[in-house]
Design a protein around this ligand. Sequence first.
Ligand SMILES: [Ca+2]
Ligand SMILES: [Ca+2]
Length: 213
Amino acid sequence: MNKKIPVMIAAASMAALIASSGLAYDVAKNEKIEHEHKSSLALDADKNGVSDNVTLIKDTMADRPDYDIVKNATLRIEEGGKTFSAPLNEEICYKSSGLEDVTISDKINPFIGVSSCAPRTDDDWELILYSFDGNALTRQLKIVSNEPSIEVKDVDNDGTKDIVVMDRDYQNNPQIDKFLTTYQYINGKWQRASIYSTKTKELLKLKAEQAAP
Ligand SMILES: [Ca+2]
Ligand SMILES: [Ca+2]
């Protein structure tokens, strides 16, 4: 795998993510283990020259029959002695979720990626990107892949990485035929730029439209 691709979600990395996340809930025994489940990464989200320690904190699932879903996750960002905390307001999977550093260019503030299996689906995966300006956390993009495969790479060689999302083509053979949707960060917004069909080899260029945050 190309090392420059920070996010490549496939079966192997999903397994690695699950293995590295540590269990806070023993599914086999159906019992809760008393510790906070979290994962961290260090990046300079607000590009002020001081590294930020970002932590994803998931609730303890107390009294939740649907125990693989976290409804009240929080992102905590620590920089020096300052601590910032904001709720995600987003359902994520408890066991199969974590943080990703989504840096797309030297000139653009890195995004904090929350990578998770899509709750209530069998195998979809989602990536939610947040920006942090030192005062506020802003959700910038949410993408879901049913392949699942989400890659961060520079598809048009302009020096800024783009995001390519693979989905199955259920109108043809979903095992072979795929759609590739490319998102690009243009003028400070994530935009859905094109969709490519591997079946028809057609590239549908879209009128620049802002992708749903
Ligand atoms: Ca910083
Ligand atoms: Ca690019």
